[in-house]
Ligand binder design. Sequence first.
Ligand code: GLA
Length: 386
Amino acid sequence: MEIDYVRSRFVKHFDGQTGNVYASPGRINLIGEHTDYNGGFVFPGAIDKGIMCEIRPNGTNKVMAYSIDLKDRVEFDIDDEKGPKASWARYLYGIVQEMKKRGVDVKGFNTAFAGDVPLGAGLSSSAALESCYAYALNDLFGENKVSKWDMVLAGQATEHNYCGVNCGIMDQFASVFGMEGKLMRLDCRSREFEYFPFDPKGYRLVLVDSVVKHELASSAYNDRRKSCENVVAALQKKYPEKTIETLRDADWDMLNAVKDEVSEEDMKRATFVLGEKDRVLAVCDALNAGDYETVGKKMYETHHGLSKEYEVSCEELDYLNDIAREDGVTGSRIMGGGFGGCTINLVKEDLYDHFIADVKKKYAERYGKEPKIYDVVIKDGSRKIC
Ligand code: GLA
């Protein structure tokens, strides 16, 4: 996104002065879905699409914010107890509160922001927004004393405390820590991570957006998380001598041992999580060996699990996955929380043009609209632009 695009609006909607400009990206995730809040591994990377904001302290106690894309303006007092109602402004209000809790003396500011990460497509536009302001507030009011990890946690706490989504840490982590050309393998339990160069020779990663919005998915997402917690509670009861904090601490024998103590639905959810844990490790080995056929196979298995066990797919996403398989695409699966949004596809170079043409045609024939196609470009995380 061009700085001038944001700057011209900022100057026009406030007092003509310029401020500092910051940017934060959305993310992809190669594999490891719904594993973050289960203490497992994820494999995300930051992308070349995100949020950019301009911001300038205004000497008052008020935040005056303008969403360029929505053409909507909101004002709130920093110390207001309830905060604004508009959903986009809740993220901003929440991150202000969470950065204050982490010791940043946030004062009033004017700000305008815009994004080129498609909303509701599973590319974490909300994490990009949180991370962008966490970074900006830390730089402007906090002398950058809040660590990157604390910015990640402030973004996650914003979702939990102000936006009603009990998300894990993957999206905010990817947005803050992203690095050009690298995916990151994160252990969500220990928070250790490794940058992984990702340059699969002869293959391309492409996102196919079903254009089914997943905005109403937050309660279903929270339900999935609850199911995992129910199984953990049953495991803790069965194995009081073991330390079981999340499903990461369970193996297949332990899970089978509580089969009769949990609902069938919760059992299905946990089956997915344990399977996904194994798949991420298999993908790491395969990546180390340059074996992209295995990476792709695991991606299809993940799709199957997300669709049939975790039940976060929808007809349109399943259809996109079927087309990929029929066309001989190496790997394809739902990416992100599910219920709409994109599939991520690992496609051989020489199949790419055919696949894109075919998926557009077949999807449009069935649903009367073309899917959107985004080539994945892995870029840097949160940063100051000027
Ligand atoms: C959403 C959440 C993440 C993660 C994914 C599923 O993107 O924000 O924390 O749980 O879903 O992997």
